[in-house]
Design a protein around this ligand. Structure first.
Ligand code: GUN
Length: 228
């Protein structure tokens, strides 16, 4: 995506110091933000809430045997806008043949949940910055590592929109808003996924071995991104 294609060079990837400095409890204002947005802890790390799921459906391009839109049966919708399953037994299968056309979430990193651990999705994911500052680390299928800072200091090359391609592993972590890490630090973003999010499309990086197979010697530097 043009949102990150031109990002080059290296940004140092360093584990945040919230734990080592004993900064364990978000400030009152960050706690208020969590409460006001109704966020819950996410298994990736951080906090999140799904704020929208499209009531419209599309064929899943990831369903086994799907032709990814080049030919075949079109999707049929019933009067209620529910999909008419060509094979009703598919509804029982683990991998759904249909997806909601989109989902939207809030995602928040805080001093007590300062990273999202390495995972990937079949779908590209659109990220939009709302508040704060953080860093992303992407690991491409060919082992390329890309890292960039998300924030509002555009002159320093920070970005406010970033689209992570499908099948690219991503991790994220909180950066201090000023010189020193503080309980007030936060990164609030919105994420849009098309087709809508399903766990079937999602995968955590499984092991140090998987990371090492992708990035070789850099696995030592990046291994902390495996554990939220
Ligand atoms: N449920 C659990 N994790 C997620 C996620 O990342 N996005 C959405 N939309 N729903 C989820």
């Amino acid at each position: 995506s043009p949102t990150i294609d031109s990002i080059g060079g290296e940004v140092a990837i360093r584990k945040p110091e919230y734990v080592s400095r004993g900064i364990r409890q978000p400030s009152q204002s960050v706690q208020k933000l969590i409460h006001s947005l109704g966020l819950a802890k996410h298994q990736e790390g951080g906090y999140f809430k799904e704020t929208d799921r499209s009531p419209f459906y599309m064929e899943s391009p990831y369903y086994p045997g799907h032709n990814r839109g080049t030919e075949g049966e079109p999707l049929r919708l019933g009067k209620s806008q529910e999909p008419v399953l060509p094979y009703p037994e598919d509804a029982q299968k683990k991998i759904a043949p249909y997806r909601n056309t989109s989902t939207l979430i809030h995602y928040l990193l805080t001093c007590d949940a300062y990273m999202g651990r390495l995972h990937k999705n079949h779908s590209r994911i659109i990220h939009i910055l709302q508040k704060g500052r953080g860093q992303y680390v992407l690991v491409y299928p060919d082992g390329t590592v890309k890292s960039f800072i998300v924030g509002f200091d555009l002159e320093k090359g920070e970005v406010t929109q970033w689209v992570v391609p499908g099948e690219v592993y991503k991790a994220s972590f909180l950066l201090p808003l000023s010189e020193e890490p503080s309980a007030d630090d936060h990164l609030l973003i919105s994420e849009v996924v098309v087709p809508g999010f399903e766990f079937d499309d999602h995968r955590f990086m499984q092991s140090y071995n998987e990371l090492e197979a992708l990035v070789g010697e850099r696995a030592e530097e990046l291994k902390w991104l495996l554990e939220a």
